[in-house]
Design a protein around this ligand. Structure first.
Ligand SMILES: Cc1cc2nc3c(=O)[nH]c(=O)nc-3n(C[C@H](O)[C@H](O)[C@H](O)COP(=O)(O)O)c2cc1C
Length: 232
């Protein structure tokens, strides 16, 4: 027996689908900061994420203003020179359809930026934009305590998605960035965080610069039949 959803649920489902689709990784922001009230509301909403045994193992450190600028400079001076301190290793080895998707999104982004396959300088420049937080006025670094393992990382991932949807619901945009976890010592020192907190990644966020071509890209998604399996 199946149940039809009520009209109110369908309306909410449509709104939620739009919000989920509209949250895209944005790689160019306007300089205006979000107000503290908006920041509080965004992060308070994100805290409703579920977690195993309600442990809520995420810790978010937000940098704006002078600290944001200092961090960008320090990350460019270290990660930009290959000086990496990763709390969790990352090999980026993808195969089969996963490799294809990785390549496809890279092509999409470089095409939008006008960077050709041979243009090493252009690629380096695009990569360095990550460490400029794509001009975003805010960046949040996501940590978890050192006793955490993969189960707790699942919780933190749920928090991060809640946070990005919350940012989108507040009319702002974001870009999650693995590369912002490439020098955890610099980030810990800048915020005065103890070494028992481990850095997973960062998220740049703020208002989208809608004029930029790199913000027009919409990476594909797999179809339902490729990754979702209904059985009775
Ligand atoms: C955990 C995580 C790390 C990511 N790291 C980076 C990154 O370092 N730099 C970047 O430009 N995009 C990064 N992305 C963005 C992905 O490329 C993006 O989510 C994917 O291409 C799908 O596009 P969409 O977010 O616009 O839907 C990351 C995404 C996730 C979820």
């Amino acid at each position: 027996m199946s149940t039809q959803l009520q009209a109110v649920d369908l309306e909410q489902a449509i709104i939620f689908k739009e919000l989920s689709k509209n949250r895209r990784s944005i790689r160019g922001f306007l300089p205006q900061q979000l107000g503290q009230e908006a920041l509080n509301s965004i992060f308070e909403t994100a805290n409703y994420a579920p977690s195993n045994c309600n442990t809520q193992p995420w810790h978010a450190y937000v940098a704006s203003g002078a600290l944001r600028d200092q961090l960008s400079e320090q990350l460019i001076a270290t990660i930009g020179q290959g000086e990496n301190v990763l709390d969790y290793p990352y090999e980026a080895k993808y195969f089969d359809e996963y490799r294809k998707r990785q390549l496809d999104v890279g092509i999409l982004l470089y095409e939008a930026l006008g960077v050709t396959r041979e243009d090493r300088e252009g690629k380096k420049r695009a990569w360095l934009r990550n460490l400029e937080f794509f001009n975003a006025p805010h960046v949040v670094f996501i940590f978890m305590p050192d006793w955490c393992e993969i189960r707790e990382a699942i919780d933190v991932g749920m928090y991060a998605q809640n946070l990005m949807l919350s940012i989108a619901a507040h009319g702002a945009t974001s870009c999650p960035q693995t590369i912002l976890g490439y020098n955890s010592d610099v980030v810990r020192e800048a915020f005065g965080i103890k070494s028992n907190m481990k850095l997973l990644f960062g998220i740049s966020f703020g208002l989208e610069d809608k004029a930029l071509p790199e913000n027009q890209i919409v990476p594909d998604r797999a179809t339902l039949s490729e990754n979702t399996h209904f059985h009775q």
